[in-house]
Ligand binder design. Structure first.
Ligand SMILES: [Zn+2]
Ligand SMILES: [Zn+2]
Length: 249
């Protein structure tokens, strides 16, 4: 059953039934909230599908591989909503290596691949599309995390064409668009990503990137961009649970 969404930023054209990029206390920073706290909050917020994607082990103070391995035993149906357990992997080098092994990844529901300073080495400004493309081949990789960050430039057109072929989907990250965002050029680059996705007919995932429960489901800075670009509602995965289920399967 799809609940009516209770966020103050509810948008009738782009209803948000799912949020798959969130971090619990196991990410080691920015959250004191447990998985249980977060699922309860997601349920109370009106989401129907909720995903925990803690940072991979290369992130300072994040959980060990054994934490991610244990998630296969976790209940997928809690507080009346469907729960998925994934990871926000760190791409650690230009070869597209990530910070969980493929056997562990295979036990998760999905993975997001992201580049974060200071983990990615070398930290430079050359085109990193090939690092993402290689990382897409690891098991359960379904989403590209905040590729808008100009500190790690990519060729959007090229990367998104390959992503479409590989059935991997870009996210639009609310955190990149906040007025105090620490990523660079979020507004301009998210606009470009959305324009290309519209042209390619490539669906996108909207993400709160909530650290803890405080921002679960919050896409408030994304909606103005979607409206400005008249972005097709049918390409927003958060509004289409059956499309999301097909992708995660
Ligand atoms: Zn990230
Ligand atoms: Zn994140």
């Amino acid at each position: 059953m799809i609940n009516s969404n209770t966020f103050s930023n509810f948008n009738s054209k782009y209803p948000i039934y799912a949020d798959l990029h969130t971090h619990s206390i196991s990410s080691g920073h920015g959250s004191e909230d447990t998985i249980t706290d977060m699922i309860r909050c997601a349920s109370e917020s009106g989401l129907s599908l909720f995903g925990i994607s803690d940072h991979g082990p290369a992130t300072s103070s994040s959980a060990k591989p054994s934490y991610f391995q244990s998630l296969k035993l976790a209940d997928r149906d809690r507080f009346g909503i469907r729960v998925l357990y994934g990871a926000e992997l760190n791409i650690i080098n230009t070869a597209g290596d990530v910070d969980l092994d493929d056997d562990t990844l295979s036990t998760l529901d999905y993975a997001i691949i992201s580049i974060h300073p200071p983990i990615f080495k070398p930290y430079h400004d050359k085109d990193l599309s090939s690092a993402y493309i290689r990382a897409m081949d690891h098991p359960k990789v379904r989403f590209l995390g905040h590729i808008d960050d100009a500190r790690f430039p990519v060729d959007f057109e090229y990367l998104l064409e390959i992503a479409k072929e590989k059935h991997v989907y870009p996210e639009i990250n609310n955190g990149s668009l906040m007025p105090d965002a620490y990523r660079i050029n979020g507004q301009e680059n998210c606009r470009r990503i959305l324009s290309i996705c519209k042209k390619l007919d490539l669906p996108v995932l909207l993400s709160s990137d909530s650290h803890g429960k405080k921002s679960i489901g919050n896409m408030q800075y994304i909606f103005p961009l979607l409206e400005e670009l008249d972005f097709p509602a049918h390409l927003v995965l958060n509004s289409d649970l059956s499309a999301l289920s097909d992708i995660i399967r």
